[in-house]
Design a protein around this ligand. Structure first.
Ligand code: ATP
Ligand code: MN
Length: 457
């Protein structure tokens, strides 16, 4: 029976007959037989296959195998004399499933740059690094659901098509419903929903609706931002995890966020040890030590006002000058978390003027109960807050922000009927994977990155 290489390495005894299927990484011939490295994507490791000259298709097929060809192999598992592997397969049969012309197959044995690999995003998961990212991403997704489900949170599927654009009017992709056949001439954008609609920039407002009924909820879905910022930390399409908790203040919100991050690091280091080791060796030296440090130390906490003081004291000139009231830029965030604290940092109580209308106004009136979590190497990984549950305060802030309260009747109703203190946050899934893998560019941690001018397949 066919077995995945990961399971084979874990459980198949030497001497047993096994069958694997995968893609050739390399072929090496010596004195009448060949060594084949086969990878099936179940794990980082390849299995070495010994194909002897006595195999019926040795001359006609096996000696023509090259990187990228797909094969099915059966044979006996035996102890391998070679360094770096315990077992190998002595093939009793090998079927070529699909050829890959070596003249054209773009993945050579040498290491390719990530920039080059982005141009072949349909093949890049076959490389060690991108395959490892894909497995780690899948595991983290699973661990996120486990974390919340085990704690009694319900997942809510918030809409991808949205008609509320509170957060970033400028960042929202707009939707039109041009029927087939509408050429540019007849392109009066037909308003399918009878009002402006776009792709969601956050599921938070709708998550609040469900928190006001189910208590603790979370969303985990795609998010879209038309921000024209070509940075190593922004995508036009990314995934976000947004828990929302009823009867919850900022303190519990921060605890859950810190617990979640620590849980995820622990989980991925346990269950993806081999892939994490690859990142540690080739992507970011010292990664595992850094992550263990994150797990062992509590996150630092300061208020925005303290953060500004620290920045003003810094013996360093920033590109963006610092004063109370500015939105912290990435250079400021990274200075604080990397140089001042050397560990993850939670910054709380930002000026009301730079934060969205739904964040709860503090007693000092000029700040809100916001919290951003900043991590070394990345900057902001989580943005969250306690939400404004007081109807009058909320409507006043919306009016001040020029938002039409009538469009948000449903949101305000939550404050009219059984309002409760509640809080939540948004964790960018790709920023998390960057943090965990050490990948410098966010484009490497999502299968098919979308950025300004780039969406090939
Ligand atoms: P930034 O200042 O870094 O642009 P933000 O303040 O716009 O972040 P939020 O609106 O608070 O971010 O979104 C919550 C989280 O989503 C962020 O902490 C970050 O992890 C992630 N995030 C935001 N924008 C993007 C993006 N364009 N691509 C990938 N992840 C993002
Ligand atoms: Mn942003």
């Amino acid at each position: 029976m066919q077995i995945r290489i990961k399971n084979l390495l874990k459980q198949s005894p030497v001497g047993s007959c096994v069958q694997v299927a995968g893609w050739i990484r390399t072929r090496r011939d010596t004195g009448g037989f060949s060594f084949l490295e086969v990878n099936d994507g179940s794990c980082l490791a390849n299995i070495q296959v010994i194909a002897q000259g006595s195999l019926a298709n040795y001359e006609t097929e096996i000696k023509r195998l090259s990187a990228g060809c797909s094969v099915r192999v059966e044979g006996m598992l035996q102890t391998s004399p070679a360094k770096g592997q315990d077992v190998e397969i002595l093939a009793s049969g090998l079927t070529v499933v699909g050829w890959a012309d070596p003249e054209h197959y773009p993945l050579q044995k040498k290491r390719h740059s990530f920039e080059f690999l982005r141009e072949i995003s349909h093949l890049r998961p076959r490389t060690n690094a991108l395959g490892a990212v894909a497995r780690v991403r899948s595991r983290l997704s699973y661990a996120i659901h486990t974390f919340f489900q085990e704690r009694g949170f319900s997942q809510v599927h918030t809409p991808i098509i949205t008609t509320s654009d509170c957060e970033g009017a400028g960042e929202m992709f707009q939707l039109t419903a041009m029927a087939a056949g509408d050429g540019p001439r007849g392109a009066e954008a037909r308003e399918f929903f009878g009002r402006r609609a776009g792709l969601t920039v956050s599921g938070q407002l709708q998550a609040e609706v469900y928190a006001m009924a189910l208590g603790d909820v979370y969303t985990f879905g795609p998010t879209f931002r038309a921000e024209n910022s070509n940075t190593s930390r922004h995508l036009a399409e990314f995934w976000m995890i947004e828990p929302e908790m009823a009867f919850c203040d900022l303190a519990r919100n921060m605890r859950v966020a810190e617990e979640l991050l620590t849980y995820l690091l622990d989980d991925v280091m346990t269950h993806c040890a081999e892939d994490m080791d690859l990142f540690d060796r080739f992507i970011e030296k010292g990664l595992l030590t850094r992550l263990r440090g994150v797990m062992e130390n509590e996150f630092a906490r300061i208020t925005y006002t303290e953060a500004v003081d620290r920045l003003l004291q810094a013996k360093k000139t920033f590109q963006y000058p610092v004063q109370w009231g500015i939105d912290l830029q990435s250079e400021h965030e990274r200075y604080l978390t990397e140089e001042v604290f050397g560990r993850p940092l939670i910054v709380t109580d930002y000026p009301a003027a730079i934060k969205p209308f739904y964040m709860r106004v503090n007693d000092d009136v000029r700040t809100v109960a916001a919290m951003d979590i900043l991590v070394p190497g990345i900057g902001e990984i989580i943005g969250g807050s306690q939400r404004e549950e007081r109807l009058e305060v909320l409507t006043a802030r919306m009016e001040a922000a020029g938002i039409n309260c009538e469009d948000y009747g449903w949101y305000l109703d939550l404050r009219r009927y059984g309002t409760v203190p509640h809080a939540g946050f948004g964790l960018g899934f790709e920023r998390l994977i960057q943090f965990v893998s050490g990948m410098a560019n966010i484009r490497e941690v999502i299968p098919f990155p979308r950025t300004p001018g780039f969406a090939p397949c």
